[in-house]
Design a protein around this ligand. Structure first.
Ligand code: SAH
Length: 350
């Protein structure tokens, strides 16, 4: 372990105290803070309005632990998938998804995942460690840079739908959102951020207690405990009844949007009986939207995506029953950048 401290863990007040303690001017703190959080500096060398000597001193005492872009792939539909390298050599992935109206960054919250959802590629990996808040922030900053460079636009939305379970890295996820939304940093509206969870009921309630201002998506994917236990082991300790209660609590305390995600798996959860069960759950939660997701095949996983007709019949049935439903076509399929396909496949990242 290095003895250097992570300078990005310092608040502005703490930086001021530090500069005072070394007999320097307090305004150096503001200058340094701007380099860290406005200009997204990735080394002390870049901090050109600080003296060479100060830059050297800072680099001796602190580190930045920044992410670097290891490789980027371009999909024919405009989606960009990037592999990022952490300061300690781990690889994670983030995706930039352009649509007509939006530029969305999809970011990872953990290195790997501990949940083993049966249909997900990341679930096949072990969880190595949580990402620190500044590493999550870096993904957003780097994807924003790519967005400006490739499309001449800033990011409009952020989804925590990359690798990992955000609510099992609660503190870092919330702190990263604090930074992304802070006016002295990126200044994005929390209404444009969605955190997706496989369903950690206790932490969904905690979000309510913390009165967060971002939106929440629940990866439901099956509407009875029996079926959900089969594909998402987390359901054994976070039953649908418990999740319904937690989501109501979240809504009462925050009034933020709740989306249900439902990936259609052939013969598993795509019958009209399944649709009816989904409606029963929907009626018990103040849900803004059900996103029916096209399943993306994962090598070594036996699930198959539902056919076009089945998808149509399923979603028509929901719509007829006054459910606000949308089908989410997957993006970046040709580069395995779509939901549940993020698993550091070296072969495709030449
Ligand atoms: N752990 C969080 C964040 C991951 S989000 C969560 O579960 O919500 C990724 C979304 O894509 C989740 O809804 C996940 O269930 C879904 N997903 C996983 N594998 C998929 C696949 N192969 N095809 C389509 N969606 C998938």
């Amino acid at each position: 372990m290095s003895a250097k401290k992570n300078i990005r863990a310092f608040s502005l007040t703490e930086l001021k105290e530090y500069f005072e303690s070394i007999g320097d001017k307090k305004f150096r703190a503001m200058q340094t803070y701007e380099w860290l959080w406005k200009k997204n500096a990735r080394s002390f060398t870049e901090m050109s309005n600080l003296s060479m000597e100060l830059r050297r001193k800072l680099s001796e005492e602190f580190e930045l632990n920044s992410l670097t872009v290891d490789a980027t792939q371009h999909s024919s539909d405009g989606t960009l998938k990037s592999r990022f390298k952490t300061y300690d050599g781990h690889l994670i992935e983030g995706v930039l998804i352009p649509t007509e109206k939006r530029f969305t960054a999809c970011v990872s919250s953990q290195i790997g995942c501990s949940l083993s959802c049966k249909f997900c590629a990341t679930g096949l990996m072990d969880r190595k460690r949580n990402l620190n808040f500044d590493e999550i922030y870096d993904q957003v900053a780097l994807l924003n840079e790519q967005c400006e460079k490739t499309y001449g636009q800033k990011l409009s939305n952020i989804v925590y739908m990359g690798m990992g379970e955000p609510l099992l890295n609660y503190k870092n996820v919330l702190k990263s959102i604090d930074k992304i939304t802070a006016s002295d940093s990126m200044g994005m509206s929390p209404k444009r951020i969605t955190v997706s969870t496989a369903g950690v009921a206790k932490m969904i309630k905690q979000l309510g207690d913390d009165k967060v201002r971002f939106n929440l998506a629940l990866s439901l994917h099956a509407a009875t405990d029996k079926k959900r236990n089969e594909i998402m082991p987390i359901n054994e300790t976070n039953s649908i009844e418990y999740l319904i209660e937690a989501l109501n609590y979240f809504y009462q305390h925050t009034k933020n949007d709740i989306t249900l995600e439902y990936v259609l798996l052939q013969g598993q959860n795509d019958s009209l009986v399944d649709a009816e069960e989904l409606i029963t759950v929907y009626r018990q939660i103040p849900v803004h939207l059900i996103n029916v997701i096209e399943y993306n095949p994962v090598a070594g996983i036996p699930f198959i995506k539902s056919g076009e007709d089945t998808t149509q019949i399923f979603t028509d049935y929901l719509a007829k029953n006054r459910v606000n439903v949308r089908v989410r076509r997957s993006r970046g399929k040709d580069i395995d950048a779509a939901c549940g396909q993020l698993a550091n496949k070296d072969k495709i990242l030449a």
